[in-house]
Write a protein that binds this ligand. Sequence first.
Ligand SMILES: NC(=O)c1ccc[n+]([C@@H]2O[C@H](COP(=O)([O-])OP(=O)(O)OC[C@H]3O[C@@H](n4cnc5c(N)ncnc54)[C@H](O)[C@@H]3O)[C@@H](O)[C@H]2O)c1
Length: 317
Amino acid sequence: MRGVQNLRVGFVGAGRRAVHHVRAFHEIDGVELVAVSDPVELARQSVMEEFGIDHGYADTEMMLDQHDLEAIVVAAPPHLNVVAAKPSVERGIDTLVEKPPGITTEEVSELADLAAKSGARVMVGLDRRFNPWITAGVRAVRGRGPIRQLVGEFHKDPAEFFGRGLSEDMLDALVFESPIHTFDILRHIADSEVATVSAHAARRRIQYRDVHAAMIMFENGIVAQFTANYTTGGRLERYEIHGDGISAYLEGVSEGWLLVDGERQELKPDSEARSWELQNRHFADCLRSGADFSPGCDISDAVKTIALGEQLLSHTE
Ligand SMILES: NC(=O)c1ccc[n+]([C@@H]2O[C@H](COP(=O)([O-])OP(=O)(O)OC[C@H]3O[C@@H](n4cnc5c(N)ncnc54)[C@H](O)[C@@H]3O)[C@@H](O)[C@H]2O)c1
């Protein structure tokens, strides 16, 4: 498949997130949207109609038996991504799997081992790595020298996860749902192995873990503070990237500014495109060129992010 321009893509899961993925691939030249699998007929029909996809299946194995696909995109409910990704990975088909790719190091390592055995290339949809505000902020700070300190926060109303059939394990580990973006991007920006983690998690407002605070020390000396909160009624994601005489403050992450030698300066995003559009284009480019997924999150890199997530949960009140 390497070097072949046309890319035949199938989709596993046809819910809200999948629509963004299908739309993003629809915009990429030489991509053929071949088939969708989702146990819910209404979900797959809606995506098939919107994007003119001819084939829909309730079962992924059946879809893979019927079509010769070069890439699969998995966007199943968060606790099911690891299961939903296995059929394509087992068959050696390159797969982009939404986050979280699992919620234990063990299951994500198993997926990585399966990929190594079958030859499938697996990238995880940790799309903040492509966020044009984050990449611009990191570049500006690195332009003045080393990054010294990071702050990352992700706060969300947990109510959006109730009544959706999520497993109890997933609900008690919602830090792996949205805030996984935050601790992954802290790791990614630090560009170093985790040295020590001092973390605290608690169940305060709901019966699941809804308060998280941590200090993460990286081997290269970068210090990162991490907060995830699910007691709030609203969504907020923000980052601080501090270097020598310069800081980037990022909100949203759809706006941001710099403080340079004490003066506020404008920060311009690296692109007008959305993070997942850049990510999916990169995934397709890598499949065509054979290049590795960096700065995308290869499954072996994701194992390290999941291990960090486990450390964030290790001291629960
Ligand atoms: N990267 C991001 O910023 C971002 C944003 C939103 C959601 N997500 C992730 O995307 C994933 C999907 O979220 P969503 O909001 O679309 O959920 P959703 O519930 O809207 O959609 C999930 C779909 O998967 C289907 N499904 C269930 N089991 C399946 C299986 N075994 N095989 C195939 N399909 C199956 C469901 O019927 C449903 O249609 C989650 O992992 C979520 O964390 C990521």
